[in-house]
Structures are given as C-alpha cells and as structure tokens.
Design a protein around this ligand. Sequence first.
Ligand code: UN1
Length: 497
Amino acid sequence: MKKFENFIAGEWKAPASGEYFENKNPADRKDIIGKFPLSTREEVNLAVGSAKRGFELWKKWPAPARGDVLRAVGDIMAKRKDEIADAMTREMGKPLTETRGDVQEGIDTAYYAASEGRRLFGKTVPSELRNKWAMSYRRPIGIAGLICPFNFPMAIPTWKMFPALVCGNAVIFKPAEDVPHTGALLVEILLEAGLPAEVIQLLHGNGETVGAAIVEHREIPLISFTGSTETGRIVGETCGRMHKRLSLEMGGKNAQIVMNDADLDLALEGALWGAFGTTGQRCTATSRLVLESGIHDRFLSMLSDRVTGLKLGDGRKEGTDIGPLINEASLQKVASYIDIGRGEKAELVCGGTRSAKLTEGNFFEPTIFANVKAGSRLEQEEIFGPVLSVIRVNGVDEAFAVNNDVKYGLSSSVYTTNVNTAFRAFSELDNGITYVNAPTIGAEAHLPFGGVKQTGNGHREGGWEVYEFYSETKVGYADFSGTLQRAQIDNYPGTPD
Ligand code: UN1
C-alpha cells in the first residue's frame, strides 16, 4: 500500500514517529487510498524553522511575480481537473460533478489571486501638511497556519493558501485527516508551478496533535481555521491569548424560505441541491426549509416525491445523486439527530436510516422531517448530513424571524416573485450571504464568503476582503519640505505661506 509523506523543509519526509493512519474511501471502506503520516509537535517545529527561511525569500518577490506562480498553479489544475476530481471523490465521496466544481473553484481562486498580485492596493491620500506625502501599503505578515476541513478538499485550502501566498506569506498547511490525498496533490502542483520549496509545508495528522501544535506555535502569527464551532472556540481562545490574527469559518443552520408567490418548480430544484448536494456536508447546506402555509402541503409532497427518487451511491459511478457521509462518526451524529427529531415529535417524511443496501460505505438515506418546531434542537443545531427540517410559517415576518432565530448566520435563501420581499430579505436576514431565487449554496470565488454570529469572527474568505486578512497595513509619510512640520500643530490656526 502506498505510503505518503509530509512536505517539510523542501523535502518529502516520512513521519518522525514512524506512525501512519489509513485513508479510506467512504463509499467502500475496503478501498484504502494510502497511509498518511501521523505528524507530531517536533515536525511542526521543523516546518516552522523552514517556513521562516521560505518567508524571508518569498516576501522579497514582487507581488505580480508571486501572482504568476499562482497563474501557473491554475493552469496545471485546469489540465488535471478530471484526474484530481476522481482522486477527490475517492477519498471524500461526493459525486464527480461536484468534485470537478470543487477543483474549478480552486482554479478560479488561483486566477483571481494572480490578478490580485497586480493590485494589492494601498491608498495615497493628501497630507494635512505642505510638501508631504501620506500613503498606506501592504506588507506580508509571516507564516500562515492553515487548518482545513474535509468537505471542499481543494476549494477551501485554495481560498486560504492562494491569498496568503500572493500577499507574501509562507504557509503551513494541514489538510483534514479524511482528505490528505487532495492536500498532497495541491502541494505537488504548487511545487511544479515554481513555488520556492520552503514557502510551503504540508503536515498530515490529527487536529488534536498537529492542528493544536500549529495553533499554539509562537512563531505562527496567522491562523485560518474552517471547521466546527466547538473546535473554533478552542482555536479562538488560544489565538486570543497569544494575540494572533485569526480567521474562523464555522457552523451554519441555513434556511431556504419559500413564499406563497414563489415559482415552486424552481424552489424545488433549489431545495434538492441545497439540502442534499455534498450529502448535506456543507457549511452552506440547506438544513431548514421554511414554507409559507399556502404552499406548504403541495411543496412538501413535490419534494418528498423527488427525494425518494434520489440515487445514493458511489460518487464515481454514473447516475449517482448523493454520495456517502465522510466517516463513521458522521454517520453516528446524523443517526443521533433522527432520534432527537423523533423525540421532539417531528414527522419523519422519508429516510432516517443508514442505507440497507449499500453497507460497504457510509451511506445514509436522504431524510426529511416535517412539522419541525422553531426552537427545537432539530431546528437549531448543525447536523452536517442529509437531513432537512421543514417548518411551516404564516407570512414573511414569521419566515424571517425563524431564519434569524438561530445562533449561526452563514447563508439564507428566499424564493419569491415579490420584489419587495426580495429586498427585505437582503436587508433583514442575519446572514453573511442571502440568495434570492437560488439555493443557499453556490458562493463564487471572487466574492467575500463568511457568516455572522457564531459562524465566524468577522473575517471573510475569498473575494477582495481576504487580502486584508493576509496582509498588514503599513503607513508611510515622506516630508520633502526640508523643515520640521508638526502635524496637528503647525497648520492650525492659520497656515503659514
Ligand atoms: C461550504 O459550504 O463549506 O457555497 C463551502 C458554495 C461553495 C463553497 C461552500 N462554493 O457552494
């Protein structure tokens, strides 16, 4: 069986501990993709030593030249798109159409980053004094520690890594332990594209050991984490104590609202894709469907007819609509919410069990609960699986209140043909992203991505905003008057000639 290695100090290296973990195909647990290193704190130290050298070199490259490396990365990813997608589906499970989309998001992020290398705008503003210039500009920060989730094995690492690199930082990358192969492929591509070797370090292993060691390392000033709100809280506490710059991207409990005046066929396609795409394992997944009473019964029956027809299976097989869940722990979590839903007297419309036929993988039937009460655990907590809770409401005010009454605030969606309802949604829904007549998923790489409340900590990934996170603003003043000019003093009151 193939043994994979870490990439540290410019070399592929076996784990110091000699220990590995197995990477299994979630659609067929007998299919082992390879063994990956269980890294330790010592390896984090080694990686930091090397990344410091990488940073010293890389920060001196002109940003447009750094961007050129990212353009080459995008070109290689585009050429290898199908092959990479296949490897991703094998270790992560979602159907090939989705993993191809995931690679495409990486390509988009690469080309956007390449173009940003020629912007990285600062500002030149007038000084209050004569013969003096004032400007702000950007500097790189140092080593960025990037801790990534499994659900977008390519897109999410690229959202973090490419802006970090264009801004001139070195990177220590820890992919999720369920998708280490995609992480390895990404690093291979960066090196092939000409990234100086010590600028990137790849460390495989567990969050509790390697992830924690990255977060706690005093020479890593920048952390970006995507994952659960519980882990994010621990990461946040450590970073707060150590005064680190931190971007958190965490849970969601996203709602699709369907109003009486909506185009129901369109809303149906949106609900299917939003709730069951990626087997519901997206931070942006639709896990609540808020139906206005006038269309509730009709829409629910349209939906359950279609859901029972969805084909569960291996994402690499033609015709599969829904792939497996990522691992056993995830299956158990999803199953526990079925019990919670039953206990709360929600009505199980379909699904609710592991697949009886597909026992070789982590397959769970797509599930709908109706009559879900606002405020119940089923309605409030993130499940990260193919479970959709349906809530009946009367009117737009109640629909918006239900949307907002959760601790998360990533994405929301409203299906309506009323322009006033649409614009009210943009202004009244407490989320980082609101879609009108489109599902809760479908963020584009060149717009800021992130959420409010407990979904995040105020930063955004993607778009122009993420470049603020990965760079430090510095201000330069040049006084060419040849005299001492005292700001706030010499020009008030009255300006001398
Ligand atoms: C996520 O939900 O975990 O919004 C990321 C989307 C994707 C990114 C989702 N482009 O559909």
